[in-house]
Design a protein around this ligand. Structure first.
Ligand code: FES
Length: 118
């Protein structure tokens, strides 16, 4: 993306990004848990996911977006919806290890963007 996109009256415009996947993470579930993820178990799920993506060089391939309540409201878990599978509301339990979270939420065909010279 880059720059501002202006709405055009009477038309629906498309703003494209570099991502191949989006993960919608319930902000309210995360707030209720007050952490529960990451190496020390104190990070919110969205933050832990961003760390996982950074380690795998997928920050520009997968977009993590925090959203409002998705009306599932699990106890001791966070609801995530993958853009590629919008009918599945995934409940990620607090304390789940990064590797297990990544294995379930990230498709195996996601690859880092090509860089100049590679
Ligand atoms: S609080 Fe997360 S789904 Fe309702």
């Amino acid at each position: 993306m880059g720059g501002k996109v202006k709405a055009i009256a009477g038309e629906i415009t498309v703003a494209r990004g570099p991502w191949s996947e989006t993960l919608l993470v319930c902000r309210k579930c995360s707030k209720r848990l007050g952490g529960g993820f990451g190496p020390d178990g104190e990070a919110p799920l969205a933050g832990a996911l961003k760390g996982i993506l950074r380690e795998r060089r997928l920050r520009r391939t997968v977009r993590v977006i925090e959203v409002g309540c998705l009306d599932i409201c699990p106890k001791k878990g966070v609801v995530v919806v993958r853009g590629r599978a919008p009918s599945e509301m995934l409940i990620v339990p607090a304390g789940m290890q990064d590797e297990a979270v990544a294995a379930r939420l990230l498709a195996s065909d996601l690859t880092p963007p090509a860089t100049a010279g590679s």
